[in-house]
Design a protein around this ligand. Structure first.
Ligand SMILES: Cc1cc2nc3c(=O)[nH]c(=O)nc-3n(C[C@H](O)[C@H](O)[C@H](O)COP(=O)(O)OP(=O)(O)OC[C@H]3O[C@@H](n4cnc5c(N)ncnc54)[C@H](O)[C@@H]3O)c2cc1C
Length: 385
């Protein structure tokens, strides 16, 4: 069904600003921290005061109803203000509100009270998953539900807890962050929270995790297929490493106006940014072993070869981070001037003013990617001192 887009405007923002003292979130009636990444319309108007409009998606609730979900104007303002706000928006001048918006203040159990298996430390055999652990989001809740359910069953069977590592899966990053750093606002999973984000991909999920499904007898025979695939990928990559450009490859590249010289390694050719996906596939097929792999697998191989250098860099960064934990951060460190820090990280670093990289890394919301940026900045300051 079609969805529509409209925008708030200056009148909307004026109405909201006038009504702020009546908002439970601003009057102090509720003092919890709202979800940073799904702010209410009053939050947006206050936090992004320089914006003169905010986008709203109008999404039909279903085929049998005239009800429309207004995505982008969640609010806890009083009902009379909500009517005025809605009517101030272009296209909604005559809209009827079927159910006014409201805010829910959730309680949560500190995830520091959990083992990495998601069992509570205080009550044996009780497992917690989802937003009760201070997270927000569908995937965050589902991922924890999977792990808590799995570990509850393993307990019943007398088996050891099953814990995924940070370098194996986003689930590992999520649960490790929760149970070691705790939360000071609703936690959301981001790729930047992972040290090895180039390695944690959909296309290699089977290679990363199928062995566990197999160990738990849940793989339905897929593990065997997965091992075969792993061997196929390995064989092609090995052959690519050894393959040098010949006349056929020179011709193929010439079609895209790319000059290569005889004897150049195929691996280095595939890494050139100008090579299109189609050409990469044609070049790969110059290797006999690649004919054993299907198109999806060949795409994966080409991508892994392209990103190989970046993945090595990722590993090097992790090593550097671990070696730099003791590094001191000056008290007056100018976080506001450091480019590239996440907004959330900058805010928390300025509040805590950690004395070392180790302390910075323990702050909820400060991720490995933020630490890398801090290290770069500290190194450049040292060099210029
Ligand atoms: C308006 C809104 C929009 C959102 N939009 C998004 C979005 O776009 N993307 C996103 O990723 N996340 C979104 N979220 C967040 C996401 O919905 C939640 O974080 C997630 O659903 C939490 O899942 P959960 O299983 O932990 O809790 P819930 O889904 O709240 O499940 C808890 C369940 O327990 C039941 N329950 C409570 N007490 C009892 C009891 N005593 N006995 C038995 N049952 C009980 C409840 O009825 C409920 O079914 C949104 C949330 C809201 C409110």
């Amino acid at each position: 069904m079609p969805c529509y887009i409209t925008y708030t405007n200056e009148t909307t923002h004026h109405l909201i600003r006038e009504a702020l003292p009546r908002s439970p979130l601003y009057s102090g009636k509720i003092n919890s921290t709202g979800p940073r990444y799904c702010p209410s319309i009053e939050d947006k108007v206050v936090r992004f005061a320089d914006k003169d409009r905010h986008q709203i998606f109008l999404e039909p609730e279903g085929l049998q109803t005239k009800e429309i979900y207004c995505n982008g104007i969640s609010t806890s303002l009083p009902e009379d203000v909500q009517w005025e706000v809605v009517h101030s928006i272009e296209g909604l001048e005559n809209a009827m509100i079927m159910r006014p918006g409201y805010a829910v203040e959730y309680d949560y159990v500190s995830p520091l009270e959990l083992y990495p298996s998601l069992e509570t430390k205080k009550i044996r055999n009780l497992f917690h998953a989802g937003q009760i652990n201070g997270t927000t989001g569908y995937e965050e809740a589902a991922a924890q539900g999977l792990m808590a359910g799995l570990n509850a069953i393993r307990r019943v069977k007398g088996e050891d807890p099953f814990v995924l590592k940070r370098e194996e899966a986003y689930i590992g990053v999520l649960i490790d962050d929760l149970t070691t750093k705790g939360v000071d606002e609703p936690y959301r999973m981001f790729t930047s929270r992972a040290e090895f984000r180039l390695f944690l991909r959909q296309d290699n999920a089977d290679i990363r995790l199928m062995k566990y499904a197999h160990e738990m007898d849940l793989d339905d025979g897929l593990y065997k297929e997965c091992l075969k695939k792993k061997n196929r990928l390995f064989a092609v990559k090995k052959a690519v490493k050894e393959k040098k450009a010949d006349e056929d490859m020179i011709q193929l590249c010439a079609k895209e106006n790319i000059n290569i010289t005889k004897g150049t390694s195929l691996e280095s050719i595939l890494r050139r940014p100008q090579i299109s996906d189609t050409l990469a596939d044609e070049l790969l097929l110059q290797v006999e072993e690649a004919h054993e792999a299907d198109e999806v697998e060949r795409k994966q191989i080409a991508m892994e070869i392209r990103y190989d250098g970046y993945m090595e860099r990722e590993l090097a960064k992790t090593k550097r981070r671990q070696q730099s934990l003791e590094l001191a951060i000056p008290k007056d460190f100018p976080y506001e001037k450091v480019h590239g820090l996440k907004f959330e990280a900058r805010q928390k670093l300025m509040k805590v003013r950690p004395v070392s990289i180790a302390q910075a890394a323990r702050i909820p919301g400060v991720d490995p990617s933020d630490i890398d940026i801090l290290l770069l900045h500290l190194a450049s300051k040292k060099a210029s001192a």
